[in-house]
Design a protein around this ligand. Structure first.
Ligand code: SF4
Length: 367
């Protein structure tokens, strides 16, 4: 795994709640806790149309898929279990490696027969491949009706409305660089555990990673918005939240609140029983944060996903990781000292370009 948002299995979170019959009427069961920045009101039809979303990649994508289902449910679409039942098929794609990109193309190809049988079927590409390839997808893939990016998910209902009214194929992949990150949590059937986004994008530009280009520069949500979402979720029975971001440790909202402050407030002021977070960056994981974890062990899980990527300082430099082998190991020792029961997981890249056998051995020694 090379991306710092742990690569999760496809459709992992959404598959359970996505399996509902196509013919049900929309019940408007998703409520918004804060005004959405870009969602337009969409004319309701009597019967919901089926939507099928296929998800690749990291937990951010899994969470984005849930957001898409939620937005579309509000626009009178209902999740269906198979592409055959759908009026709209969306591939929420991942471009972390070449293989997932190829998977997107082959998946779209598999829908050719469905499109021939039903020319009204709308096929869209979202996620990182959509963000990266943009118009190229429309130009080279005649089956695709719409492409959207990681910053334009909330435009989905309006895009579909335009297509359904006979509009031409659409691409909406702009980044809203200057807009604040106000994107409330949308979850249909949250169960006991769910994600809450706290940051988006990344400023680190690790040399192997596409995230700063496909998700944009890092932005943090205001603390009060995060708390509003969590209060709404606990009122719906949620007991555990995972605070989600490409690099949660560099969270900083306009009031000067950093990630340790946020974690402390979430632990003290909400009714959550368990709090998790992912993903962490070693260079930003400091003693203040560990102190907050130590003081709130009844709520904050003593589990840290802390990717080291390589045990060789030279390779870490080539990766632009911002820490040395020694600094990483010192940090682990500090965390273990303050949180003796802590459990770590990590990501490692083997065979980074230019890595020697001896440098690979240094990575093995870290274990
Ligand atoms: S820190 Fe940012 S650029 Fe580096 S791997 Fe993580 S998401 Fe990618």
């Amino acid at each position: 795994m090379i991306l710092e948002s742990s690569q999760s299995s496809q459709r992992s979170q959404n598959s359970q709640s996505a399996h509902e019959p196509q013919s049900i009427s929309s019940t408007q069961s998703v409520s918004r806790t804060q005004p959405g920045p870009s969602t337009q009101p969409v004319h309701m039809t009597q019967q919901a149309q089926g939507v099928y979303i296929s998800t690749y990649g990291c937990q951010m994508n899994v969470n984005d898929t849930e957001r898409m289902y939620s937005l579309l449910e509000m626009a009178n679409y209902a999740p269906v279990q198979t592409p055959e039942e759908a009026s709209v098929i969306i591939v929420n794609s991942c471009s972390i490696r070449e293989k997932p990109v190829h998977k997107v193309y082959s998946e779209v190809g598999r829908y050719r027969k469905l499109k021939e049988r039903n020319p009204q079927l709308k096929i869209g590409i979202g996620g990182c491949v959509g963000q990266q390839e943009r118009e190229k997808l429309i130009k080279t893939q005649p089956l695709i009706d719409f492409v959207f990016g990681t910053d334009t998910i909330d435009h989905l209902p309006q895009m579909l409305a335009e297509l359904n009214e006979g509009g031409s194929r659409l691409v909406k992949t702009q980044f809203f660089h200057r807009a604040p990150y106000h994107v409330e949590t949308l979850v249909r059937n949250p169960g006991v555990s769910t994600f809450v986004n706290i940051t988006k994008g990344c400023d680190n530009f690790c040399t192997f990673c596409v995230v700063p280009f496909t998700r944009g520069r890092e932005k943090s949500r205001p603390l009060r918005h995060i708390l509003t979402d969590i209060h709404a979720l606990t009122a719906r029975g949620v007991k555990e939240v995972t605070l989600l971001g490409q690099n949660v440790n560099s969270y900083e909202c306009e009031s000067g609140t950093d990630f340790a402050d946020l974690l402390r407030v979430v632990a003290k002021e909400t009714d959550l029983e368990r709090i998790r977070f992912t993903t962490s960056h070693p260079k930003d994981f400091d003693e203040k944060l560990v102190q907050v974890m130590a003081e709130n062990q009844n709520k904050i899980c003593e589990y840290i996903h802390l990717p080291f990527q390589s045990g060789s300082t030279r390779i870490l430099e080539r990766m632009n990781r911002g820490y040395t082998r020694e600094q990483y190991l010192d940090k682990i020792a500090m965390i273990r000292r303050m949180l003796p029961k802590v459990v770590f997981s990590t990501d490692i890249i083997a065979g980074f370009p230019g890595e020697t056998e001896a440098e690979f051995q240094e990575t093995l020694e870290n274990g």
